[in-house]
Design a protein around this ligand. Structure first.
Ligand SMILES: [Zn+2]
Length: 296
């Protein structure tokens, strides 16, 4: 099973590299794009223009990627960085590869350039969190654990477990291996009461269920974090049910993940916010408004 997954990844990667050799284009909709195969275009979330705008055979068409808002909220279009006349925002706001970014007429947002994972395992998770200065435990086998690869990282969903009342991370086995009703992994990351992060899976995890927008918050596109908690009722003010050391580590870790993958704070949601229908989930039982304010 895993040998097959790796084979598929190995085939997809060179194709996206090859795609560049046909150059850039402007589609009939006026948007800048790239000449790539219709198959690569649709699999990375773009739209192919069938007009004869590209070299190569009929399967090579001008692929464009729609509209976007940059991290300052300015409207733009998703296009190759090389065709952007204004500034490209490196945050993960567009479909396609790393070179497809949100292009606006305004000035470029400052900050580090995050990576933009596409159809891959998130094998950088442990290093990203260690870099944030939090305690990290790498759970054996995490780099190959998952329900397939992640399509992208566009959102982060905060959860809490409803596990045992004592111990640092008593839910580890359930989050890693699943329960009688859901197969593991149930989240990529766990957070213990001591503030220690458990790196459980690098691939897709079954944490989100139906969401407001699965292209951002669904299991294919959002990292799930299950923080140990006993499932006390949701509160909209403060974080009274949480040990301070755990809460502060939650903030630190999520900040580091945002920075590494270019996820804007507006796309860090609690499961209770992302889940549909509304009211389906109550986690996490702290104020997400306060949490996002601390993310900056
Ligand atoms: Zn949840």
């Amino acid at each position: 099973m895993w040998a097959i997954m790796h084979f598929v990844v190995a085939v997809i990667l060179p194709l996206s590299t090859l795609a560049q050799q046909y150059g850039m284009c402007t589609a009939k909709n006026g948007r800048n794009g790239e000449c790539i195969s219709t198959k690569s275009c649709s699999s990375s979330g773009g739209v192919s223009d069938p007009a004869n705008l590209c070299p190569g055979d009929n399967t090579i068409q001008c692929c464009t990627y729609g509209t976007c808002k940059n991290t300052k909220g300015v409207a733009g279009t998703c296009q190759p960085t090389s065709t952007c006349k204004g500034s490209s925002d490196p945050a993960n706001l567009c479909p396609g590869g790393n070179h497809i970014q949100c292009c606006t007429a305004g000035s470029a947002p400052t900050g580090p350039s995050p990576s933009k994972p596409v159809n891959t395992m998130l094998t950088g998770l442990a290093d990203i969190l260690r870099g944030a200065g939090v305690n990290v435990v790498e759970v054996a086998g995490w780099k190959t654990r998952g329900h397939g690869v992640m399509s992208s990282v566009k959102g982060i969903i905060c959860h809490h477990t409803a596990g045992a009342a004592t111990g640092d991370y008593p839910s580890l086995a359930a989050i890693r291996d699943g329960t009688s009703s859901i197969a593991g992994p149930i989240a990529q990351l766990g957070l213990g009461r001591s503030g220690t992060w458990f790196i459980i899976a690098a691939g897709r995890a079954y944490h989100a269920g139906n969401t407001l927008d699965d292209s951002i918050y669904g299991n294919n596109n959002a990292i799930g974090i299950e923080a140990e908690g006993v499932g006390l009722p949701a509160t909209e003010t403060g974080h009274a049910h949480w040990p301070e050391v755990q809460y502060q580590s939650y903030v630190k870790g999520v900040k580091a993940l945002q920075k590494a993958y270019g996820v804007p704070t507006a796309r860090v949601l609690g499961h209770k916010e992302a889940a549909v229908p509304k009211g389906r989930k109550i986690d996490p039982n702290f104020s997400m408004a306060e949490f996002r304010a601390k993310l900056g």
